[in-house]
Every structure is written in C-alpha cells, then in structure tokens.
Ligand binder design. Structure first.
Ligand code: AMP
Length: 215
C-alpha cells in the first residue's frame, strides 16, 4: 500500500506516519528527515539545503524528486510506503506520478490532516525529539513519563529542530498554503483524498486514518 500524508507543518504527519508504519508494515519516507540527515553529514545536498530549510522555504523540486526516486527503489519499500512531507508542490506531484508509473506503482490514498494555523505554532515551538531513537515529544501535550528520560529507549538527550521557531514556522505555514495546498485538489480530482481532523487527540487522528484507509 502506498500512501501520501498531507498536512501543514506541525499537523502531526510524522507522529501519524509512525503509527501507520506499524499498523500496515510499510515504511515512512520523510523528505524532511532525509534532508536533515544530509545537512548533518555535510554532504553536497546538505550544503545546498541547510540555509533554505532554516529560512522555512522549500528546497528545489529537482533535488527532492531525485532523492525520493532513489529511495523508493530500496528493498524496504517493497511492501509500500508513506510519503511524509512529499510532494509539496504541484510540479513535485506531477513528477511523482511520472516516477511511480515508470516503476509500475500506484497511490492508494492521499490522507489530508486538517488543522488550524494558530494551534500549529504552539505545537511546533514546543516539540522536541529523543536524540537516540527519534521519539517525538512536546513540552505541553506529550511529555515523557519521567522528565528528561525517553519513554521508548531510556535516552536522556533531546534535540529540537533549528527551523522550529516562531518566525520560521510562519514562513513554513505560508509555503504550505501557497505551494502545497493546491495539490489537494490535484488529488481530489482523481478521487484519492481522504480527510481527517488533525485537531483531535493523537490517538483519535490515528483511529480516523485507519478507518479511512480501510474504506
Ligand atoms: P519537514 O520535516 O517535512 O517539516 O521539512 C523541513 C524542511 O525541509 C521544509 O521546511 C523544507 O525546507 C524542506 N523540505 C522537506 N520536504 C520538502 C519537499 N518535498 N520539497 C521542498 N522542500 C522540502
């Protein structure tokens, strides 16, 4: 099963992708995570992308499309994948169509997580991640059971994304409205979109997603 998760920054795409990975035995492909890994490794792609990411803008379509093109060919994608953070522009959606048909693959659902912008600023500026296993937390909405200790792996170091500050978040939300939202109608016209309420509690959003996937 091949899925796209669409939603504004902070809508919960990453959190929900992890739930869907487990439930359907498919792999999360997050272009944001891939780019952050490139930045951390100091690669050429990372050097090109770092400043753009920190400014909250979108990196060039061609770079992202070739990254995804290669990633989908890897063995762990055989059973299917969840695209998280891709496509983000109409040209990316068109390029995805081309590369999927070249690989003889199809999209099953485009899942849209709907949210309110103002709530997202609070969600994003409060979030942090376990440096060891990547588990996601939030200062207000999802604290570790024991302060300073990761629930999943016992790690005690946490990181925050450099682009999770209020100013950058507003630029990212603007990019979502202007550049990403048009792809919702691109997929609706083909009857692929399924919408869930991203303002509901995390477990309820997961339940809704599983329900719409089951049809
Ligand atoms: P995310 O982790 O999905 O919020 O992505 C973080 C940042 O990576 C974005 O603000 C963009 O700068 C960049 N990025 C991630 N995915 C894409 C994409 N599909 N197209 C362009 N830029 C992207």
């Amino acid at each position: 099963m091949n899925l796209i998760l669409l939603g504004a920054p902070g809508a919960g795409k990453g959190t929900q992708a992890k739930q869907l990975e487990e439930a359907f035995h498919i792999v999360q492909l997050s272009t944001g995570d891939m780019l952050r890994a490139e930045v951390a490794s100091g690669s050429d792609i990372g050097k090109q992308a770092g400043e753009i990411i920190n400014a909250g803008k979108l990196v060039p379509d061609a770079l992202i499309v070739s990254m995804i093109d290669k990633r989908i060919d890897q063995e762990d994608c055989r059973n299917g994948f969840i695209l998280d953070g891709f496509p983000r522009t109409v040209p990316q959606a068109e390029a995805l169509d081309g590369l999927l048909s070249a690989k003889d693959l199809t999209l099953d659902h485009v899942l849209v997580i709907e949210t309110d912008d103002e709530a997202l600023v609070e969600r994003i500026t409060g979030r942090f991640t376990c440096a060891k296993c990547g588990a996601g937390y939030h200062e207000k909405f999802r604290r570790p059971k024991v302060d300073g200790v990761c629930d999943q792996c016992g790690g005690t170091e946490f990181t925050r994304r450099a682009d999770d500050n209020e100013e950058t978040v507003r630029t990212r939300l603007d990019a979502y409205h202007k550049q990403t939202m048009p792809i919702i109608s691109y997929y609706s016209e083909r009857g692929l979109t399924r919408t869930v309420d991203g303002m509901a509690p995390i477990d309820e959003v997961t339940r809704q997603l599983k329900e719409v996937i089951a049809g």
